[in-house]
Design a protein around this ligand. Sequence first.
Ligand SMILES: CC(C)(COP(=O)(O)OP(=O)(O)OC[C@H]1O[C@@H](n2cnc3c(N)ncnc32)[C@H](O)[C@@H]1OP(=O)(O)O)[C@@H](O)C(=O)NCCC(=O)NCCS
Length: 151
Amino acid sequence: MPIIIKEIAALETYGVRHPVLRAGRPLEDCAMEGDDLESTFHLGAYDEELHIGVATFLKSEARQSPIVFDTINSYYQLRGMGVIPDHQGRGIGKLLLEKGIEKLQSYQIDMLWFNARVIAVPFYESMGFEKTGEPFEVKNIGTHFKMFKKL
Ligand SMILES: CC(C)(COP(=O)(O)OP(=O)(O)OC[C@H]1O[C@@H](n2cnc3c(N)ncnc32)[C@H](O)[C@@H]1OP(=O)(O)O)[C@@H](O)C(=O)NCCC(=O)NCCS
């Protein structure tokens, strides 16, 4: 069976966010600001019935973006990207990001940016994203880089 990528509700992301991104912390810590906004969308990856990946895309103001171009006025932020460990390295993360970008392009969004965990930077670079600025620390999570790509 092929992997299915589909839109899911914010609460449905917790099944992957919790073990992959918030392990050992209360389930409520899976909530992210803006999860329920109309402009936000969440993608889930499914291997048959098994939920194995998530990614969330949030509308962003230009001033929130780490890098602003004169020619660009529509920005989104990626958050909560994760794949269940047993399924990492199977192309699931890539599929989620490709589907998200396809959807953003259909909305005429020109830029996607995010704070990337240092361990995930090579994954994002393999998909054409660039780092910008100095590394910074996020409490309880670790070192991050800001990354972006013009769509
Ligand atoms: C980062 C993560 C989302 C990537 O998803 P994934 O399904 O494992 O990645 P994919 O299998 O789709 O990999 C896509 C491409 O990235 C490359 N890649 C993935 N991880 C890599 C790594 N650590 N180093 C180098 N390249 C890597 C793959 O080789 C592949 O390249 P290819 O298409 O040329 O073969 C996933 O590993 C994960 O959930 N990690 C833990 C949580 C996390 O760090 N999330 C990101 C928060 S910012």
